[in-house]
Design a protein around this ligand. Sequence first.
Ligand code: SAM
Length: 231
Amino acid sequence: MTGASARESLGHDEPDAFDRQAARYDAWYDAPLGSVAFREEQDALRPLLAGLSYPRLEVGVGSGRFAAALDVAVGIDPAPAALALAARRGIRVAVAQGERLPFPEATFGGVLFLTALCFVGNPLAALLEARRVLRPEGRIVLGLLPSEGPWGQHYRALAAAGNAYYQRAHFFTRAELASLFAAAGLRPVRARSALFWPPAGGPVGGTAREGDDLAAGFSALLLGVARTTPV
Ligand SMILES: C[S@@+](CC[C@H](N)C(=O)[O-])C[C@H]1O[C@@H](n2cnc3c(N)ncnc32)[C@H](O)[C@@H]1O
């Protein structure tokens, strides 16, 4: 399968696309485009995790590729087939939704959402839940395909053309993210950017950069808890 077509072919009107196509989604990371994207996204994310304490949770962990690579021990996801793959990678998993996490408050040093917040039905509720299970010094790490970037634009075009998988996603603009963070009582602490090439023309490869760059296809954001109480 070439270029972006592996990920494009997911979905197709299947209501449980994440579950039914877990193995196929996972295999995308072994294809030429996916493996380059995986490496670049890790380059963007890894420095943001450097100071985070353990244990760490990934919400929407999927098949656990990132969790295993980034030393994240625990993952939740509503898709059992994806979790079975994550468990094989050594991740402790639970079937759950980000909007209602099955953990007590102040459990984790870090909570990650990697290309997952865009698929969560109620992202504000999920961020508030992430806050609840974070320890006081903990941080949230987001990996996103911003709406303005080449990857967000590409997947939005696929959704507009009828791809059911991407029709379920909401690719956030920077303005939407700022409102969401303010509502959740979160503040951006650090940002890194990657994937400066369009998926249709890739893989090109490159290195992640510090800062939130509007030209990036992938944004990695580190969020801390703001002093103000969420609304
Ligand atoms: C694009 S996949 C990303 C998986 C993994 N984080 C990765 O980057 O490989 C999005 C994941 O979000 C999960 N998801 C969908 N709705 C969710 C929700 N409400 N709470 C938590 N995860 C959800 C899906 O089941 C899917 O595994």
